[in-house]
Design a protein around this ligand. Sequence first.
Ligand SMILES: Nc1ncnc2c1ncn2[C@@H]1O[C@H](COP(=O)(O)OP(=O)(O)O)[C@@H](O)[C@H]1O
Ligand SMILES: [Mg+2]
Length: 348
Amino acid sequence: MTTARVPYRFGTLVGSSGVMRAVFGLAEKAAKIDLPTLISGETGTGKDMLAREIHQRSRRAGKPFVALNTGVISKELMVSELFGHVKGAFTGATEHKAGRFLEADGGTLFLDEINTMDEAVQVALLRVLETGAFRPVGAHTDEHSDVRIIAATNTDLRDAVDAGEFRADLFHRFSVLYIPLPALRERSEDIRTLIDVFLADINAEFDLHITGFGPGVLESLQCYPWTGNVRELKNTLAQACIMAEKGDITLEYLPARVRDAQASASPKEASVFEFGSDGSETQAVTVKEGVFMPLGASLEEAQRTYVLRTLDFCGNNKTRAAKMLGVSRKTLYDRLGKWGQGHSAKRD
Ligand SMILES: Nc1ncnc2c1ncn2[C@@H]1O[C@H](COP(=O)(O)OP(=O)(O)O)[C@@H](O)[C@H]1O
Ligand SMILES: [Mg+2]
């Protein structure tokens, strides 16, 4: 079983993988440096949360944080939504309306799904980024505002630039501070950390008394690919806790899709040779034990886990372990020495 490492935190965000540590380092810089920032990541990876935390830690913290999902607003309304309009600018514009740029003045404007933004809006955005000036729809003069933009995209914006769908100049303006949030399946060390944090939160929020996890549950949660990322993990856990109410969460409380992930990833049976006490091969036996290895572990980590588990399985008998691993005893000793396990490498 993998155990959680000491978590890293960035406000309410947690993680224990090296890659999230790097993300938090970048976010720390983004909080200090008042420049446009781009966050990319699949849905549920924490883009919103990260943008809010950056704002909270920036010099703009006391000012508004305004969020706008550009993906759900029609092209026609987008300019007026961002920059406002004057009365009578178009049918239905019965009042003068301030746009999000004025609303966010002094603060941060979070533009989500920026990859869906229309060319005309991109041009206007570039202008406001460069000069602070923008023109409300139907107005004859410019207005100004002091806004820091944090943009988010759930696709690789470089692909959109290559395809001619996103302006390269706007992309470069944004990508000075670029924070890519990796998918949860690419940083499975974080799963255990997030589970522990969410479990405590869920118990407190819903006044539940979940104590832990029954057999196979953590393995299933580790193996499932989490296409909905942290959001899906959090919701799945909340649902299981609410159903179970107290005691351990057992497999039955997990959705079938998550349970099945473990079944398909369970270790295969393997035939290995049993050895007599003198080291001679006596018979083939079937081993059903295996090693759980989360995706995201480095090859070196995976090898170390596998070798140490094999050694453990062989009762620390190096001759048997080397045979099972298909390497010489010398190779095994060399590896153990390299991993700082040399002291336990007693000759046998
Ligand atoms: N690193 C993290 N630590 C704790 N909670 C997280 C983390 N990343 C995401 N979450 C949680 O996952 C959910 C989705 O996050 P959100 O910021 O809305 O993702 P996105 O905007 O990328 O779709 C939220 O409930 C958020 O609290
Ligand atoms: Mg979001």
